[in-house]
Design a protein around this ligand. Structure first.
Ligand code: NAD
Length: 294
């Protein structure tokens, strides 16, 4: 059993750390929020007074923090305080450039590093069914994988340093674009007198089929479990979708990739958020599109 330090015990990190503790590992956690520390304690995680205490005997350090700047800042102290040769796994969703800084700084400090962002949301974190997208050396990935399987059901090694973050933002750019496409089709269908169910029955078995339609339908009715049936309570909040779309656009700019639809999706989610919808599920953008129609 490994000695694991878990830094960032929020909505995702708390249940992930809990699943590692449940599997019998010794998990010591740290978070800046006292409420997050209390919740983690209830999940079987020991709580440290600061990051140095959390990592002093660690064999593995997992970070689950809000953004690239948090990861780069927090890992400076973590790399210095952890024993040499510690395996660092960063599961936060961050920009590819910060992920590469994380890898470089870790290597310079004598550690091994993997970027391993996730998809699957809070429900997946609770159930231990996340998808992990990993970047790093194959031998380092091989050391991380036995721990990741305790928190996820699908673990993919995507390539070298930063490849996990690259896969995550490419996937979520598809998701943002496809959700807007599905919403626009339902709003157009309404204007043309088509029922939601009729459009769903056709598109779900035709070439318009996609996850946004058949797993997360943005209108109430066809899929009773989708957030549309509960007033667009998240789910996956619009603010998080906008964060990932912005990361995709930052990466596209740096890499010189043409992503016209990614840029349009990013602008639309930015406008949706500016109108007070940051906390709504991202499929709720259909209501906003409807008000702009015609
Ligand atoms: P969250 O805000 O609930 O948790 C982040 C935690 O990090 C907070 O508890 C905060 O106090 C803590 N923190 C910040 N700086 C710290 C520091 N220096 N030291 C210790 N703790 C610190 O966010 P979340 O929903 O758990 O998301 C975490 C990451 O996972 C983000 O990068 C997010 O984009 C990604 N993600 C979230 C979801 C989701 O559905 N919530 C899904 C996939 C990926």
């Amino acid at each position: 059993m490994a000695r694991i330090a878990f830094i960032g015990l929020g909505n995702m990190g708390g249940p992930m750390a809990g699943n590692l503790a449940k599997a019998g590992h010794t998990v010591t956690g740290f978070d800046l929020s006292p409420a997050a520390l209390d919740a983690a304690r209830a999940r079987g995680v020991s709580v440290a007074a600061d990051v140095a205490e959390a990592v002093k005997d660690a064999e593995v350090v997992i970070t689950m923090l809000p953004s690239g700047k948090h990861v780069v800042a927090a890992t400076q102290g973590l790399f210095a305080a952890a024993p040499k040769g510690t395996l660092f796994i960063d599961s936060s969703t961050i920009d590819v450039a910060s992920a590469r800084v994380f890898h470089e700084a870790g290597k310079t400090a004598g550690h091994e590093t993997v970027d391993a962002p996730v998809s699957g949301g809070v429900g997946g974190a609770e159930a231990g069914t996340l998808t992990f997208m990993c970047g790093g050396a194959p031998e380092t990935f091989a050391k991380a994988e036995p721990l990741l399987v305790l928190m996820g059901k699908k673990i993919v090694h995507c390539g070298d340093a930063g490849a996990g973050q690259a896969a995550k933002i490419c996937n979520n750019m598809i998701l943002g674009i496809s959700m807007i496409g599905v919403c626009e089709a339902f709003v157009l269908g309404e204007k043309l007198g088509l029922s939601h169910q009729a459009l769903y029955d056709v598109a779900s078995t035709s070439s318009g089929q996609c996850w946004s339609l058949t797993s997360y339908c943005p209108v109430p009715g066809p899929l009773p479990a989708s957030p549309a049936n509960r007033g667009y309570a998240p789910g996956f909040a619009a603010a998080l979708m906008l964060k990932d779309l912005k990361l995709s656009q930052e990466a596209a700019g740096q890499a010189g990739a043409a992503t016209a639809l990614g840029a349009a999706a990013s602008d639309l989610y930015a406008a949706f958020e500016a109108d007070g919808n940051a906390g709504k599920d991202f499929s709720g953008i259909i209501e906003w599109i409807r008000t702009r129609a015609g």
